[in-house]
Design a protein around this ligand. Structure first.
Ligand code: SF4
Length: 344
């Protein structure tokens, strides 16, 4: 079970975002106290989860005090129901440990490879498909980095490298920029992509040192943020996105469809429109990966397809995310919509 505390820079150089990360809320009772919520209003919480509560204060500030059903709260609050097994819900639902080409290196798709550069996250999302991932054995950032880079050099079909995790932006800029420079030195790797939730849950992470190395990185730069609900987008998030865009970063969003969080057409419309306000286009709406502990978030394919159909009726096509599911062993994501309704 992966629980990793983000590595900090030397004390004299600690950026503000690292201090905020270190001060993240780490207990159920502290969080409920901040929100003035009586635990009796909630289903039974799990105060001893091996994947413990973790959430930055700036994200807590976007939750509604007194609201036990707040959609941001429900994404991070560990519940006792997570410990109950559910048929088909597995520790490694995508079979990633079988597709690792080297330590922390996933090569599932032809032209792209993914590096799990850290196990640390700013927030612990209860539905995370990597919540049981063995990050310690698969981190290419340590002495095994050369092995991963050698693989990328030898596989000329790989034009895009994705930095993932955990969350790559929990790493200090000194380490990220060094890795990015080594990737940029591989001629056939023309695109650097980051998968990150930090610009949403801790927008102060988008600071000058990060923007500087991103702006100076040659080649294409893509950032896929992860935002599930319109309440996650405030003025600080919009400002962070504008700075990333000015640094030449293409911005897309992926969401997970979550029961009780964002499974209404009104919420999804508002999410797409709020993302557009922030300069981010909706890219994927993922059906839940069936990871052990997350069964209570599942939305059926029938409901999911109906939601997307209604989104298409209400929004221009560029604001409708692709409804997808990852199927272990498949060479790409499986499109649930519009594959089942190609007429639109
Ligand atoms: S930020 Fe991403 S990797 Fe981290 S816990 Fe959430 S879903 Fe998982």
């Amino acid at each position: 079970m992966a629980v990793i505390i983000p590595r900090m820079d030397q004390p004299e150089h600690v950026p503000a975002w690292q201090t905020s990360l270190a001060r993240a809320v780490g207990s159920v009772d502290a969080l409920l106290g901040l929100l003035r919520i009586d635990p009796a209003q909630l289903p039974e919480c799990d105060r001893h989860s091996a994947f413990p509560l973790r959430v930055p204060h700036s994200f807590v500030a976007r939750m509604e005090p007194g609201n036990a059903g707040d959609p941001l709260l429900r994404q991070v609050l560990p519940l006792a129901v997570e410990a109950a097994g559910a048929p088909g819900y597995l520790p490694d639902p995508l079979g990633e440990q079988q597709t690792m080409a080297g330590p922390g290196l996933l090569h599932k798709y032809h032209g792209r490879a993914l590096l799990t550069v850290t196990g640390a996250c700013a927030v612990h999302c209860r539905y995370c498909f990597r919540r049981h991932f063995p990050y310690g054995a698969g981190n290419p950032m340590a002495d095994r980095q050369q092995q991963a880079l050698q693989y990328l050099i030898e596989h000329r079909e790989i034009s895009e490298v994705i930095l993932s995790g955990g969350d790559p932006l929990t790493l200090p800029d000194s380490r990220l920029s060094k890795l990015a420079a080594r990737l940029a030195a591989i001629p056939h790797v023309t695109t650097l992509r980051l998968h990150t939730r930090l610009p949403v849950v801790l927008p102060e992470r988008i600071d000058r040192p990060l923007l500087d190395w991103l702006a100076n990185h040659p080649g294409r730069k893509v950032m896929i943020i992860h935002c599930n609900h319109p309440n996650e987008i405030n003025g600080d998030v919009i400002s962070a996105m504008q700075k990333l865009s000015a640094a030449g970063v293409a911005l897309l969003n992926q969401s997970v469809l979550l029961h009780g969080i964002n499974d209404t057409v009104e919420t999804l419309i508002q999410l797409s429109e709020s993302l557009l306000d922030a300069g981010v286009l909706p890219y994927y709406l993922h059906q839940l990966d069936r990871v052990q502990g997350a069964a209570h978030f599942e939305v059926s394919d029938a409901v999911a397809s109906s939601l997307i159909t209604r989104l298409h009726a209400a929004l221009p096509g560029y604001l409708v995310p692709r409804l997808v599911r990852e199927v272990p062993g498949h060479p790409g994501k499986t499109h649930l919509w519009p594959a089942r309704n190609p007429a639109r």
